[in-house]
Design a protein around this ligand. Structure first.
Ligand code: ADE
Ligand code: ZN
Length: 319
C-alpha cells in the first residue's frame, strides 16, 4: 500500500503522456511534428525550464474540446490514485489555451467533468488552481481572472508559473490583490530558477500561502529562518529539478537539508509525463537516492495534507 499523500504541485497539462497526445491529435485532426511516441519521448531532454516549456506549450495544441480536458484529468487521477494520492490541488494554464482559441469554459468545464466526481470515481478529492503565465503581461493576467469570473465556484486559488527569471512576482501585485478580494487562495512558483528575492517578494507582495519549488531559498539563511518561523509550505518537485537541471542529480537534492532546517516541505510531481514520474515515484526516488527514513516520509505525507487547502479538521481526518 503506497503512503497516502496530497499532491499540491501538479500542472494538468504536464500530465499529457505521449500516447494520449497522439490519440487526441488523431481525434482532433492535429498533426504533431514527431513520427511517433518514441520520437516524441526522445525530445524529453531538457537543458533548463525554457527548453521544457517550449515542448509543453507545443503539445497543448492537441487539447481542443471539453472531452479532451476531461480525458486528460481522468488519466492523471487514475495514475495518481494508484500511487497513493488522496487529494490533488491541480494547476491549469488558461492563457495558453485562450491564445489558441480554446475558451475558458471549455477548459474549466472539461476539467470539472473529471474533477467533480473524482472522489467517487478515483478516491481523490480535488481543487483547481488557475495559474497566470508570468512571461505574459500583467494586463493579460487581469483579463484572465476576469474571464474566469463565471467559473469561480470551480476555482480555489491562483498561482504563477512559466518562465521565471526576469518576471518577478511584483509584476502581478494587482491581479493577486484582485484574487484575494475574491476570496481565492494564493500560491506562486518562486525560487525554481529565480533568486531567493523572488520568494520574499511572493510572500510580501503577493501574499502567497505556499511557495511552489522555493528551492533557491536555501541560498538565503534569513529567508530560511523566516519560512521556518512562519511555517510556509514549499511544494518541492525533485524529479523535475533533475530534469530541468536545477540540481545535478537526485543525490544532490537539498531536501534532507531543508527538512533538517525545519522547513515545511512536500514532495510533488510538477509535470509527471515529462519528468519521469508521478507523486509516488518522486517519493520512492528521494527515498532511494537520499536514504530518507520512514519517519521522514511520514513527515512529508503529513505536511502535504496540512499544507493543502482542505478546509476543516473533519475533511483532514477523513484522509
Ligand atoms: N509550467 C509547467 N511546469 C512548470 C515549472 N516547473 N515551472 C514553471 N512553470 C511551469
Ligand atoms: Zn510547477
Amino acid at each position: 500500500m503506497p503512503l497516502p499523500i496530497a499532491e499540491l504541485h501538479l500542472h494538468i497539462e504536464g500530465t499529457l503522456e505521449p500516447e494520449l497526445a497522439f490519440a487526441l491529435a488523431a481525434r482532433n485532426g492535429v498533426s504533431l511534428p514527431y513520427a511517433d511516441e518514441d520520437a516524441l519521448r526522445e525530445a524529453y531532454r531538457f537543458e533548463d525550464l525554457q527548453s521544457f516549456l517550449n515542448l509543453y506549450y507545443e503539445l497543448m495544441a492537441v487539447l481542443r474540446t471539453e472531452r479532451d480536458f476531461e480525458d486528460l484529468a481522468n488519466a492523471y487521477l487514475a495514475r495518481a490514485a494508484a500511487q497513493g494520492v488522496r487529494h490533488a490541488e491541480i494547476f491549469f494554464d488558461p492563457q495558453a489555451h485562450l491564445a489558441r482559441g480554446v475558451e475558458m469554459g471549455t477548459v474549466v468545464e472539461g476539467l470539472w467533468r473529471a474533477l467533480g466526481p473524482s472522489r467517487e470515481n478515483h478516491g481523490v478529492s480535488t481543487r483547481l488552481i488557475l495559474c497566470f503565465l508570468r512571461d505574459e503581461s500583467a494586463e493579460s493576467a487581469l483579463a484572465t481572472l476576469e474571464a474566469a469570473g463565471p467559473y469561480l465556484d470551480r476555482i480555489t486559488g491562483v498561482g504563477l508559473d512559466s518562465a521565471e527569471v526576469g518576471h518577478p512576482p511584483v509584476k502581478f501585485r494587482e491581479v493577486y490583490e484582485a484574487a484575494a478580494a475574491l476570496g481565492l487562495h494564493r500560491v506562486a512558483h518562486a525560487g525554481e530558477e529565480g533568486p531567493p528575492e523572488y520568494v520574499t517578494e511572493a510572500l510580501d507582495v503577493l501574499g502567497v500561502e505556499r511557495v511552489d519549488h522555493g528551492l533557491r531559498s536555501m541560498e538565503d539563511p534569513a529567508l530560511v529562518e523566516r519560512l521556518v518561523r512562519e511555517r510556509v509550505p514549499l511544494t518541492l518537485c525533485p524529479l523535475s529539478n533533475v530534469r530541468l537541471r536545477t540540481v545535478d542529480t537526485l543525490a544532490d537534492h537539498p531536501l534532507p537539508a531543508m527538512l533538517d532546517a525545519g522547513l515545511m516541505c512536500t514532495v510533488n510531481s510538477d509535470d509527471p509525463a515529462y519528468f519521469g514520474g508521478y507523486a509516488g515515484d518522486n517519493l520512492d526516488a528521494v527515498r532511494q537516492a537520499l536514504g530518507l527514513t520512514g519517519e521522514r516520509l511520514r513527515e512529508l505525507a503529513r505536511n502535504s495534507f496540512l499544507a493543502s487547502f482542505l478546509e476543516d479538521d473533519e475533511e483532514l481526518r477523513a484522509r
